[in-house]
Design a binder for this molecule. Structure first.
Ligand code: ADP
Length: 233
């Protein structure tokens, strides 16, 4: 589904990523962990488009991607959920979802407003509430619901459980596992390691803009030495 090959990228002359290579197979979830500032978000942005790749290549289903704006990348089948951004505070939950759905014209429709409400019953209860009045957990659900209504081939989630109460984290992890079972392909970045280890088959450990280690989640979660070195836990 996704191939990242020798990618370098950054902001202007400030290089962040160097020689990043990995691939994600269709129907799998890839996790990315690493200390603050190592380039996880930059990598997601390089895949989704807003950060320009300075060398190397990123291919989605064999087609080169990169340097796209969010609506172009949604059309190509990549949805990036970043800091719950993109929610219109004055529009209702239903209106927010409908707007996202419009971006998916021409793509195979796997998710509908009904299936999103079924996946997140809390959102259905708040369907007529303004986006700005939602709790952190509800905003995260809305952000993911919006991303799904763009009908992505590849969903990129940046820190989906940041700042959420433990019970909501638990619900969100269950929902992500359900999406994985349904065949979605995703990349999950999270400071909370359990979120990544509990939802992803494979995990990349990033350090200073590069991939320091990678492997099966079940193996990596037992590598105390590695987690201590690269994550300080
Ligand atoms: P992470 O997601 O792992 O915390 P980021 O990808 O957000 O790391 O950041 C990697 C580096 O890029 C950091 O040094 C950060 O300060 C820098 N950076 C992030 N966004 C920008 C930006 N818009 N302009 C310039 N530098 C940035």
């Amino acid at each position: 589904m996704l191939e990242v090959n020798g990618v370098a990228a950054g902001y202007g002359r400030f290089g962040v990523l160097s020689d990043v290579s990995f691939s994600v197979s269709e129907g799998t979830f890839m996790g990315i962990v690493g200390r603050n500032g190592v380039g996880k978000t930059t990598l997601l942005k390089a895949i989704a488009g807003p950060v320009k790749v300075s060398s190397g290549a990123i291919r989605l289903r064999g087609e080169s991607t990169g340097s796209l704006d969010p609506s172009q990348s949604a059309k190509r089948g990549v949805s990036l959920v970043l800091d719950r951004k993109g929610i219109f505070r004055s529009l209702t939950v239903r209106e927010n979802l409908a707007l996202a759905h419009r971006l998916s014209a021409g793509r195979t429709q796997r998710w509908s407003m009904t299936s999103v409400f079924e996946m997140f019953p809390r959102l259905s209860e708040r369907a007529d509430a303004p986006g700005g009045g939602l709790s952190g957990g509800e905003q995260q659900m809305l952000a993911i619901g919006r991303a799904l209504l763009c009908q992505p081939d590849l969903l990129l989630l940046d820190e989906p459980t940041e700042g959420l109460a433990p019970l909501i984290v638990h619900e969100l992890v269950a929902t992500l596992n359900r999406l994985r079972a349904e065949g979605l392909t995703a990349i999950v970045v999270d400071q909370r390691l359990e979120t990544v280890f509990d939802t992803c088959g494979e995990v990349l450990v990033m350090s200073r803009g590069s991939i320091a280690a990678s492997g099966a989640a079940d193996d990596l979660r037992r590598r105390g030495d590695l987690l201590q070195e690269h994550l300080g836990v």
